[in-house]
Design a protein around this ligand. Sequence first.
Ligand code: ADP
Ligand code: MG
Ligand code: ZN
Length: 626
Amino acid sequence: MKDYTPPKKPLIYYYLIGMLILMILNVLFFPQILSAQVEEVSYGTFLTMVDEGNVTQVEINQDEIVFADDSDPTRYYKTGPMYDPGLTDRLYDAGITDFGTPVVEEMPWLLSFLISWVLPIGIIYLIGQLFIRSMVKKNGMGGGPAMTFGKSNAKVYVQSTGGVKFSDVAGEDEAKELLGEIVDFLHDPEKYARIGATIPKGALLVGPPGTGKTLLAKAVAGEANVPFFSISGSEFVEMFVGMGAAKVRDLFKQANEKAPCIVFIDEIDTIGKKRGEGGLGGNDEREQTLNQLLTEMDGFDGKKGVIILAATNRPDSLDPALLRPGRFDRRIPVELPDQKGREDILKVHARKVAMEPNIDFGAIARVAAGASGAELANIINEAALRAVRSGRDKVSQSDLEESVEVVIAGYQKKNAILSDKEKMIVAYHEIGHAMVAALQSHSAPVTKITIIPRTSGALGYTMQVDQGNHYLMSKEEIENKIATLTGGRVAEELIFQSVTTGASNDIEQATRLARAMITRYGMSEEFGMVALETVQNQYLGGDTSLACSAETAALVDHRVVKLVKTQYEKAKELLSQNLPKLHSLAKYLYDNETITGQEFMRLLEQEPAKLPSAESEDRPGQPRPL
Ligand code: ADP
Ligand code: MG
Ligand code: ZN
C-alpha cells in the first residue's frame, strides 16, 4: 500500500504562464490580427512616398488615408485626409487606380478575439488535461480527472489478503479490544440491528506519535475486509476557500456509496482545532471544513456501516463539538508500550529480518524504556543495517544493543525519558499509594499501576476503583483517601530520605478533600453542619467561595493542615510496618512498568521472600536499581 499523493502544484500557475506566452506571440507574430500596427505619417511624407513610386496600395476613407509601401510589406501607414484635388492624378501617375479596397484586413472584433484568445486558451487547457491524465495513469491512480476541484483525494484501499491484521500490531491490547467490536459490527451489522444497538459512528485514536494509531486503523480495515478511505487532515486544507468543505462532502458521498466501509482521517487536529481560536481573522477555510465534517457526521445513517476513525496526538486541542455523542464519542487510548509490549513489538518486526537464534528481546526492550512502536521498528531496522555493514547475514544481540543507542540517543532529548533513578523513585511513589490504599480496610483496591509516563505529563499513576456506592462517602473513606494520596510522598521519604516535586498533584487533591470535609461536608467537630463555602458554576469547574469571617477562615486553614498531617502520619505508620513489601513491590513495578490490580494483590499477600524480583536480578542489560 504505497501512498500516492497527486501532484498538487496549483494549476492556475500553468494557466498564467500559458497566457503570458500567448500575449508575447500575439504581439510579435500576428500584428495584423491584432488590428495591425499602423504608423501615422504626415501628408507631405505620403506624397513624397507616392512620388518615389514605393506606395503599392492606397485606401481613401472619410477620415484617413491608409497605405502600404513595398519596402516593408508588414508595415502600414496612415495620414489624415487633406483637401487635395490633385491627389487622384498623382496616384494615377504612380500607377495606383484602386482607392476602395481596404489595405489592412480588419477582422470582425469578435472573430479576432476568438482566434487570438479563446482558441489558444482552449488548446492549452486540453494539453494540460491530457498531461495530467497521463501523469495520473502513470502513477497508478486509475480514476477520475484530477481537474475536478473539490473531489476528495482519499486513497481507497480495498483490502487484499495481504493487508495489515491485528496480529501485526503488538501490545495495545486495550485498543485492539475496543476496535474489535467495530470489526465485529462490520462483519455482521444484522446482529446489532436486530437488538437495536447502534455502534458508535466514530472512534478517536489518541496517543503519542509512533505508537501505531495509523497502523491500528489499517488493521481494522484489514480485519473487516471492507473498503478503507484514508485521508490526512492536512489534505483538506486547500488554497481556495470552500474547497476543504467540498472535499469533505465528496468523501462522505463516496463512503456512503461504498458502505460498509471505514473512513480514516489521520492527524485530525489539523482541521479539528477549536474554532474561534487563532487570533486575527481566524481561519475561515478550516472552520468551514470542520463545520462540514460535523454536519456530515450528523447526517449519515449509523446503521449503514460507515465507521469513521480518526487519529490525533493532540486531543486537548480538538474542538469539543467533535467529541460530542454521535460523533467521535469513543476515545481509544494508544499509549506508549510497556516492557511486555515493547518486547512483543520487537518480535513482530524481527519476523521480517534474519536473526540469530536465542536473541534476548526482553533485555533490548528493557534498555529501550520509553521508546514508541515506531522507534522499536527503527531499532530492528538499524540493527539489520548494522549487520549488513559488517558483512554478516544475521542480526546479533550486540547489533540490537548498539542500535538502541543510535535510535534512543536521538529521541531522549525530545521525550522526557525518566532516568533510572527517577524511574525508581516513581516506582516507590506509586507503590506507596497503592499499598496505603490496600492496607486500609476501607480503601478501594487498585486496578492498575503504571510508571510509563503518560501523555498528560504524569510520571506514573495508580488507578483506583471504588466499590459500591460512588455518591456517598463516609468520613473514614475520605480520610483514607487522603492517607492514600499522601502515600506516594511517604514512600519517597521513607526510602530516599528526601522528597521530590512529583507529589504536587497529590498534595493539591488531598488539600481539596480535607478542606471540603470541613467547609462543605460538615465533618469536623468545631463547625458541625455549617456551610463555610459555597460552590458556584457547578458545570464550569466548580469554583468555591468562602462564606465565613476571616478568623474562621484562619481556623479552617489550621484544621486542614492538621487533618492532612494526621493522615500522613497514618500512612507513614502503615508503610514503615511493611517496608520489605514496599521494596519488593517497587522492584517488581520497576521491572515490569505496569502491573494489574490482581497481580498487585497477589504479591502483597505473598511472603516477601517469594517475590519474583529475586529471580530477575541477573538478567543481562538490566539497569541496576539504586
Ligand atoms: P502513529 O500513527 O501513532 O504516529 P504509526 O501507526 O504510523 O504511528 O506507526 C509507525 C510504525 O511504527 C508502524 O508502521 C509500525 O511499523 C511501527 N509500530 C508502531 N506501533 C506498533 C505496534 N504496536 N506494533 C507493531 N508495530 C508498531
Ligand atoms: Mg499516524
Ligand atoms: Zn502520587
